[in-house]
Design a protein around this ligand. Structure first.
Ligand code: FAD
Length: 392
């Protein structure tokens, strides 16, 4: 008999294999035990307690570089990786960011573009979580327009010397290796920079009201000398960092729906137990309209993520398709969280409930990995053939 399941109203689970569902359940069980009980406190404290320990536990579960293969890495499918991102971000966007930056940005860059020696040096340890990576593209004066970056790498004999700074770098304060993108005489190049190299330093960015559980840093590079093999030989120009971003954005398409799911569940539960005017607030039409609309966007978003995941596993995705998913799902997830917050009334602004934390976190997710405006322009350009990014 067919029944409507409020937790899975479109029967999306029927589109998943038993292995995929098992991956999701394993990740959820681990996070329920290891992260959920502490996450509100970590958000309030401004960072995960012992993040490197958490990385090792994520490594054991196969969450780091999950969809990459070789070098002892798990080699899971894009859909399995996506399902894990939903669970991670249902805990907290900062936790999903830690995993995304490690796997989809730092490890992916080394895996895709590094020379063999660099891959052997970093990838196995990053997969187990013994080693942590960060990804430095954004600079204080160059965010949406990374092509204008000022960090520079100059040749000195066989060596390279790097000078410059990077801003808003997730995992930056405790990383062992920083993937740094820099201008050279031959265009933008990527480098795997061991963070104990003289001249490299990382400073924690304080006063964030969003993504507080994730450490964000400013990286400073002053005369950082690297051997020739630290440079990624196989890529030149913005194509390098942008292809890494496409990987990480794919995870966000899924992950954002995790934050939305957690907020929706919280609001639905609250609407059944909170009474005003002598009845549960879920009995008011205005509340039901909010819940119904949240439910529509949540499950449409999950369906979109699954569709993109299946395409990625089968034939791959165009960057525009990833922009489509990131733009839609982060925007809708934020809207779901804002509506959930109103249903919780004053409790909606308290860290006793997850909703305000998710809502504030998603403000970062809306901005990083390409702002809403950038993804709108990507789709606009694909539709019209006109480049509206500007540039004088
Ligand atoms: P700007 O580029 O200055 O943009 C400001 C506003 O202007 C935005 O609304 C933008 O959409 C708009 N705008 C800019 N250009 C145009 C245009 N042509 N048309 C219309 N509107 C435009 N970066 C990394 O490299 N590594 C990381 O690990 C990392 N982690 C992050 C973690 C957090 C918590 C945050 C908040 C950011 C992180 N970032 C990271 C940086 C992030 O990618 C940038 O913040 C983002 O690319 C936007 O750059 P910006 O902040 O300089 O904003």
């Amino acid at each position: 008999k067919l029944v409507f399941d409020p937790a899975d109203p479109l029967s999306i689970d029927a589109l998943l294999s038993t292995e995929e569902i098992a991956v999701r359940e394993t990740v959820r069980t681990m996070l329920d035990k290891r992260v959920q009980p502490h996450i509100a406190q970590w958000f309030e404290d401004g960072g995960v307690e012992e993040p490197r320990e958490l990385f090792k536990e994520f490594g054991k579960l196969g969450l780091l570089g999950m969809h990459l293969d070789g070098y002892g890495l798990p080699g899971m499918s894009s859909v399995e990786y996506g399902l894990a991102c939903v669970e991670l971000e249902a805990c907290d966007s900062g936790i999903r960011s830690m995993v995304s930056v490690q796997g989809s940005l730092a490890m992916y860059a080394i895996w895709k573009f590094g020379n063999e020696e660099t891959k052997q040096r970093w990838l196995p340890g990053m997969g187990t979580g013994e080693l942590v990576g960060c990804f430095g593209l954004t600079e204080p004066d160059h965010g949406s327009d990374p092509g204008s970056m000022r960090t520079r790498a100059k040749r000195d004999g066989d060596d390279w010397i790097l000078d410059g700074s990077k801003m808003w770098i997730s995992n930056g304060t405790f990383a062992d290796v920083a993937v740094v993108w820099a201008q050279t005489d031959e265009g933008i190049r990527g480098f795997a920079v061991p963070t104990d190299t003289p001249g490299f330093s990382a400073k924690l960015i304080h006063h964030k009201l969003s993504l507080r559980a994730s450490a964000t840093a400013e990286l400073v590079l002053e005369g950082v000398r690297l051997p020739a093999e630290a440079m990624f030989p196989d890529v030149k120009g913005l194509r390098g960092p942008l292809s890494c971003l496409t990987e990480a954005r794919y995870g966000i398409v899924w992950g954002a729906m995790g934050a939305a799911r957690s907020s929706f569940e919280s609001a639905l539960e609250y609407s059944k137990t909170r009474e005003q005017f002598g009845r549960p607030i879920g009995g008011f039409q205005l509340t039901q309209e909010k819940l119904a609309n949240m439910c529509l966007e949540l499950h449409k978003g999950l369906l979109l993520a699954l569709h993109l995941g299946r395409r990625k596993d089968d034939v791959g995705l165009t960057p525009e398709q990833v922009s489509f998913g990131k733009l839609n799902n982060v925007r809708e997830a934020l809207d779901i969280c804002r509506n959930a917050r109103t249903i919780l009334g004053a409790n909606g602004i308290s860290l006793e409930y997850p909703v305000i934390r998710h809502m504030n976190n998603l403000e970062s997710v809306l901005t990083y990995e390409g702002t809403t405006e950038m993804h709108t322009l990507v789709i606009g350009q694909a539709l019209t053939g006109e480049n509206a990014f500007g540039g004088r």
